[in-house]
Design a protein around this ligand. Structure first.
Ligand SMILES: [Zn+2]
Length: 175
């Protein structure tokens, strides 16, 4: 598991570089990022968040058996606009209301260097926008609906019944 970079770490504000070769060290980074994301109960992670300025993101929604890996990802189309609650592993203890697209179309390479395109909505679209923003040094707090729409997370109360496992899905912890 890699140490998480936390605001105001300047690497979170830097632009990551395009990956030019997909070799062993990149595969190892991807594996470490996946493990770090899963350990932190995050939905996604960008390389900046573990101190690496390369354009790599991993995403795993609660319903995904396998994580998505995107190298050099780009959003090629955005549709609609919605307001949604969001958090970030690099900004622990806070949540905010941000503006995101309803649907996005993205492209990139998978971990084998094969071109992939994905049409996404809901949490996957939100995660793609959030993680690709990280690669450009942008954080969700830059996209708040308004400046007062950022708040400290309440300490989680003990649920009446045992939760299934991990974080509740509706929390939308994007990573
Ligand atoms: Zn984040």
């Amino acid at each position: 598991m890699l140490p998480m970079r936390i605001v105001p770490d300047p690497i979170l504000r830097q632009k990551a570089k395009r990956v030019s070769s997909i070799g062993g060290s990149l595969q190892r980074l991807i594996d470490d990022m996946i493990e770090t994301m899963q350990e932190a109960n995050g939905v996604g992670l960008a390389a900046n968040q573990v101190g690496v300025l390369q354009r790599v993101v991993v995403i795993q929604l609660p319903e995904d058996e396998e994580p998505w890996v995107f190298i050099n990802p780009e959003i090629i189309r955005r549709e609609g606009e919605r307001e949604v609650e969001e958090g970030c592993l690099s900004i622990p203890g806070y949540r905010g209301m941000v503006r995101r697209s309803v649907k996005v179309r993205a492209k990139g390479l998978d971990r084998n260097g094969k071109q992939v395109r994905v049409s996404a909505e809901e949490l996957l679209a939100q995660a793609l926008e959030h993680e690709i923003d990280h690669l450009d040094g942008t954080l969700y707090i830059d996209r708040l609906v308004s400046r007062d729409q950022l708040w400290k997370e309440e300490p989680r109360e003990e649920p009446q019944e045992a939760p299934a496992d991990g974080e509740p899905v509706e929390a939308g912890r994007t990573g």
